[in-house]
Design a protein around this ligand. Sequence first.
Ligand code: PHE
Length: 352
Amino acid sequence: MSRLSTPLAIDAPSLVDDTDAALARYREEFAADLAAAASDDDATLIHVRWLGRKQGVLSSLMPTLASIRDTDVKRRVGQALNALRDQLTADVEALQVRIAVNARAAAPALDLTMPSRPTWRGAVHPVSAVIDEVTAIFRELGFTTQLGPEAEHEWYNFGALNFPENHPAMDAHDTLYLGAGALLRTHTSPVQVRTLQRFKPPVRILAPGMVYRRDFFDSTHAPAFHQIEGLAIDEGVSLVDLKATLAEFARRFYGGTRRTRFGPSYFPFTEPSAQMDVEVDLGDGKGLRWVEILGCGMVHPAVLEAAGVDSEKYTGWAFGMGPGRLALSRHGIPDIRILYDSDVRFLEQFAR
Ligand code: PHE
């Protein structure tokens, strides 16, 4: 649109004496502007020219209006100017709508042969996916989920779990102490005690969560990692139930593609204690090897008693597995650190 001309000025006498005729000239000029407008920018120019707060034509009449002494005349002229402003505002808005509708109608048709832009799809982190999967498998076996705090009392983390005072087993956990009897839990086993304090047996729960150890990163260790605790307590529960349940879990999790084995182990809170290993090729050229994926055992009577459960009546088992290790063994990943790198080139492989 060509540059807009400056509208004729209206002097005070003609505005006062013949308001309608004076404003009619403005309406004509405005109508000509509207007729010439072809784009959204034109509409903006018109708005600024006529309705702009500082330089707008209507604003430029305000001093004239203010100079009118007679209050009746002033009211009459003021009302006429307000009506004009309302009408111009409505016309500019209608113009903008008309331009938008025309622009859409004139746009070229959708080109279906145009290559699409690449899109990013989010992926569930492999460790989160493992936690979801393990939880789902055990849900089918009748396990519900319980959570516990990551900042934990020493008693729940060690004392109630039958760690003797100052026992070297506590060193093996490389604990991060918070002071005043608190620490960052070194395993999810404290949730066993918390759960048994809240619910009467039979109890069958899974407790996923973060645990912390004063450890450095290497290919198999991290200072903060996930665990999934399992606990089953009832009358007459035996080691056979434990082995059968974990073997069934492994069958479902690995789809029968990996060998697993049980071996003896030691934990203060289980007796007897065991571990389960899975045979995997981690893709590092070293071939098949056994990797520990969980510790387990029959819950020690002292733990049941500490949680207020009658150990004469009830028995049960527990396990603690590392979903990071499960993810490595599932996908053949040689180094646990890659799970912490947030490298999209690695993570996007898991997009489903
Ligand atoms: N809490 C043990 C660990 O962190 C694992 C475990 C859990 C072992 C339950 C036996 C029973 O190593």
